[in-house]
Design a protein around this ligand. Structure first.
Ligand code: PGA
Length: 301
């Protein structure tokens, strides 16, 4: 059956429905020999006769009847697909799968509200994970769009920066260094440090800066969440480096302050990324445009 074409199935379906090659030819604007040739090739692909002629009439064989039922199902499915695609083009329904790094979770979900209101038929799934989690999802092609801070070098991707993601040194508001200017890295290294987990992009960026200046910090605590780190800083367990975007108007944020340390902030960007060659759905393309536009407004506000 792999040799069979959709065109042959269409010709066969018409011939079977009319019980006549001539009528099928008229319906499809083909010549009678063309219909007969298409059916002959399909018969060869199936490996059994599809029609039998008794007198002047054409009858379906057992195999012909089976194929006729299958054809109906196939054309029905195709019609459904056409409708779904038409709906998608009109953004009436569809799915949007996003995966974002932990720091972008402070920004991206807020934008989803207005988007969902504009397109209520779209279902959204949002995965929040660290840098290495995003890389895994990207490699497995699990989502439509990814938001991350570092474009993977070993993967073939399309990417676009859309917003700054400065990494800053955070301390409790009442910390002795809170009002100092241009604090040196070596002074910072005297403080206990809280670090993100291995696999975190934030951690990697911090380690890279310290390594470049041959600074080693005393890591008192390792935590896998920005929120937990904020609470730990507020609780006086140490200092840490996090994205400025983690500072939302919540309880922990108001107890924290950004220290003025040399070489900080570490300048990073958020990128929206997807695998090269991926066919973005209409929904994903629309969200992408919406995200870029919202980021522009956010940056100028
Ligand atoms: P992270 O993401 O959660 O992996 O630290 C932030 C980043 O990569 O900038």
């Amino acid at each position: 059956m792999k040799q069979a074409t959709l065109h042959q199935l269409k010709v066969f379906e018409a011939a079977a429905r009319h019980g006549s090659f001539t009528r099928a030819a008229e319906e499809l604007f083909l010549t009678q020999p063309t219909v007969s040739m298409q059916v002959k090739q399909l018969t060869k692909a199936v490996g059994l006769p599809l029609f039998e002629q008794v007198g002047k009439r054409l009858y379906l064989t057992e195999a012909g009847k089976e194929l006729f039922t299958t054809c109906r199902a196939i054309f029905e499915q195709l019609a459904q697909l056409e409708m779904t695609v038409a709906d998608l083009k009109g953004l009436k329904q569809g799915q949007l799968r996003l995966a974002v790094i932990t720091t972008a979770k402070y920004f991206v979900p807020r934008l989803l509200g207005p988007f969902c209101q504009r397109y209520p038929g779209i279902d959204i799934s949002l995965q929040v994970t660290n840098h290495s989690g995003i890389l895994e999802r990207l490699t497995d092609n699990l989502d439509d769009l990814y938001v991350m801070s570092q474009v993977p070098e070993h993967l073939d991707v399309v990417f676009q920066p859309f917003l700054d993601n400065p990494l800053v040194v955070l301390a409790p508001a009442n910390h002795p260094l809170a009002n100092e200017k241009n604090i040196s890295l070596s002074r910072l290294a005297e403080e206990p440090f809280i670090m993100r987990e291995p696999g975190s992009g934030t951690r990697k960026a911090v380690q890279k800066l310290f390594a470049a200046h041959e600074i080693s910090v005393e890591v008192k605590l390792e935590l896998g969440s920005n929120e937990a780190i904020k609470q730990a800083i507020a609780g006086g367990l140490g200092l840490s480096v996090l994205s400025r975007h983690t500072l939302t108007p919540d309880g922990a944020s108001s107890e924290l302050t950004v220290l003025d340390v040399e070489h900080f902030p570490i300048h990073r960007n958020w990128y929206v990324v997807y695998p090269n060659g991926k066919q973005l759905s209409v929904v994903a393309r629309t969200y992408l445009e919406y995200l870029l536009d919202a980021a522009k407004q956010f940056a100028t506000s």
